[in-house]
Structure formats: C-alpha cells, structure tokens
Design a binder for this molecule. Structure first.
Ligand code: AQP
Length: 327
C-alpha cells in the first residue's frame, strides 16, 4: 500500500490556505492509502516560542484534522514530539546535509528576515526530511511553497541510500492542480500564512461570519474601470486569488466563473464569495467544536497514533543502526 505523509505546524489558527493546500484533500487520500497525519509541534518552535499555548494549539489542530474528515481508525494521527525518533533521525541526516543546501532554502531566507534566525529555522528542512523518511513514505502532498523542501528530502535520501544501501524510500510529491498557492488578502503577492501578524491577511477556519465578510470586502483588489472579474495573476493578483478560492470551494472552473461574473461589481462578487466560504466553514466549525470539547478523546487519539507511529519509526531506526553500527 502507498504510504503518504503529511503534516501541519500548530503555529497558529489554521487558515483557509491550510485547508485548500492540505486538509481538504486528506480524507479522500486516506481512502486508498496508508496515511500518516502528523501535528508538527517541534517545527513550530522555530517561530512560535509561546510554549504555554502550544498544548492548546495542538489540541485545536487535532480537532480540526478530525473535523476535516481525518479518520483515526484509517490513518495514523499523531504529534511529532511524541515520537523521539524524529529528532534522532534529524541529527543523523544533518550530518549528511550541506550548509550550502540549507542556505538556499527560500523559506529560510524569507522567515529569517521576519523572525530571529535561530538554528532551528535553518535546520527546519532536515526535520521535515526526518518526518517523511522515518515512515518510508512514498508520497507527500504539498503546496507549491514546499517543493524545494521535498526536493532536499529526496536528495538526502538518495545520498544515504548511495552510501549505505536502500535505507529510505525516495518520496515523490503530490501537488494538487487546484489551489497550489493561496495568497494574502491585503498583500496578494505574498502567501497566506497562519502566523502572519496582520490578521486581516488571512481567513481562519474558525472565522466568524461577520469578520469573514468584512475581511473579504476590504481585501485588496485592483482599480480597473469598469471592474472586471477574470484571472490574470500578474496584473490582477487580488481578484485572481479570490477567483481561485471561489473556484476551488465551489468546484467550478475559473473560465466558467469568469463568464458568470461578466458585469458583476467587485463588492457583489466579494459578497458571493463570503457566502461560499461561510457555508463551507459553518459545517467545519460545527464538527470542530464537537471534537474540541472532548479532550479525553483527543488525548486518546494522539496516544494511540503515537504508539502506532513509533513502531514504524523504530523499525526504520533498526535498519539504520544495522548499517551505521552504533555500539
Ligand atoms: N498559502 C498557502 N497556499 C496553499 N497551501 C498552503 N499551505 C500553507 N500555506 C499555504 C499548506 O498548508 C500545509 C501546512 O503547512 P505548515 O503549517 O507545515 O507550514 P506552512 O506552509 O509554513 O504554513 P503557514 O500557514 O504559512 O504556517 P506558518 O505561518 O507557521 O509558516 C502545507 O501542506 C502547506 O503547503
């Protein structure tokens, strides 16, 4: 069976970009694959030092995974820090990763400008490689922003395999045709991110209807006269981003929407989009709050998931120990 690994950092409230780029696909993927859905709490320490809210964020993220249809009976749902092998493998892989390779990672370059550039941020892609390789993953669903990290993972895996025999499967990405990248509402040339300090840039999955409407209404769009609704990311990034979100959530081709919206004012289009999003979110939120109030259940899911994940992580580690011959 094909093994799929995917993770999200609990670095803030999940956004519609996390949904479109990842979560929305997970329940379908788990129907035919063996899936590992991880909550990457160690990764999020690279930017989020608020350890007091981390536990809450992990529980929030887990409840949202379940609300989005992740089924813990089918998939292994677990928290990264519960399986110590992730860090152990990270150290090993870091000894086979070059400084130059990590320096070229665009996410590091971007994030190190905004956050203090700690060593964790620099090593982030190696921990991601450990997450993926530990479970001998075949496929990794990712957004366009993560392609470079996956390419590095593949190179590290091939490097170790060339030295020590077939230690790891070399994973390939699953990149969804639609919605590869969702952009910020106020600055549509920048990606939408859950840890963006300007909350007007993101639509959160737990957003209330009135704030959602306000955010969409004041999202940045061009000043074409008369206003025209069509996809042209280079010249009309704001409208193109909104059109993309509309298209994905309604499963309608952009070309069809462009025809439907001939002559429609931006403010009317934005209202329609806000309705589409709020319909989607109201269903998710209902389910989310049901899971979120039962912490005992959430803890049991995380514990069982970690027990299952650990067994597989340990079998990969055994393989490594046989070739590296630790004492
Ligand atoms: N803007 C985006 N468009 C499409 N997909 C996106 N993803 C994130 N942002 C977008 C996808 O969501 C998953 C979660 O990724 P993550 O939490 O591990 O890290 P990230 O990509 O750094 O996500 P954020 O929201 O931008 O978090 P912060 O603000 O903490 O850095 C991934 O599958 C990602 O592709």
């Amino acid at each position: 069976q094909t093994i799929v690994f995917s993770a999200i950092q609990p670095s803030g409230k999940l956004t519609i970009a996390n949904y479109i780029g990842a979560l929305m696909h997970w329940s379908a993927i788990q129907k035919v694959n063996k899936c590992f859905y991880c909550i990457a709490d160690l990764h999020c320490l690279t930017v989020n030092k608020n350890i007091f809210s981390l536990k809450e964020s992990v529980l929030d993220t887990l409840a949202m995974y379940l609300a989005c249809g992740v089924n813990p009976k089918k998939s292994i749902v677990f928290v990264q820090s519960h399986v110590y092998e992730h860090c152990q493998l990270q150290w090993l892989l870091s000894c086979f990763t070059y400084f130059g390779e990590l320096s070229r990672m665009t996410q590091f370059k971007k994030k190190s400008i905004n956050y203090c550039n700690n060593a964790g941020l620099f090593n982030y892609p190696i921990l991601m490689a450990s997450d993926i390789l530990l479970y001998q993953s075949d496929k990794v669903p990712i957004g366009i922003d993560q392609i470079q990290h996956l390419e590095l993972t593949r190179n590290i895996a091939k490097r170790l395999n060339a030295l020590y025999g077939d230690l790891f499967k070399v994973p390939t990405p699953i990149i969804f045709k639609q919605g590869g990248k969702i952009f910020s509402l106020q600055n549509p040339t920048k990606k939408m991110s859950k840890s963006d300090p300007n909350k007007d840039n993101s639509i959160f999955l737990l957003e209330k209807v009135d704030t959602l409407k306000k955010k969409i209404q004041k999202s940045k769009t061009d000043s074409d006269n008369p206003p025209t609704i069509f996809y042209d990311y280079k010249n009309k990034p704001g409208i193109s981003n909104l059109l993309n979100i509309f298209s994905i959530l309604t499963n309608t081709k952009i070309s069809v929407l462009e025809k439907d919206f001939v002559g429609v004012k931006y403010s009317d289009f934005k209202n329609l989009l806000a309705n589409v999003i709020s319909n989607k979110l109201s269903y998710l939120q209902k389910s989310y709050f049901m899971y979120r109030k039962d912490e005992t259940y959430l803890y049991s899911i995380a514990r069982e998931g970690a027990d299952k994940a650990r067994l597989i992580a340990q079998s990969t580690f055994k393989k490594i120990q046989e070739v590296i011959k630790f004492f």
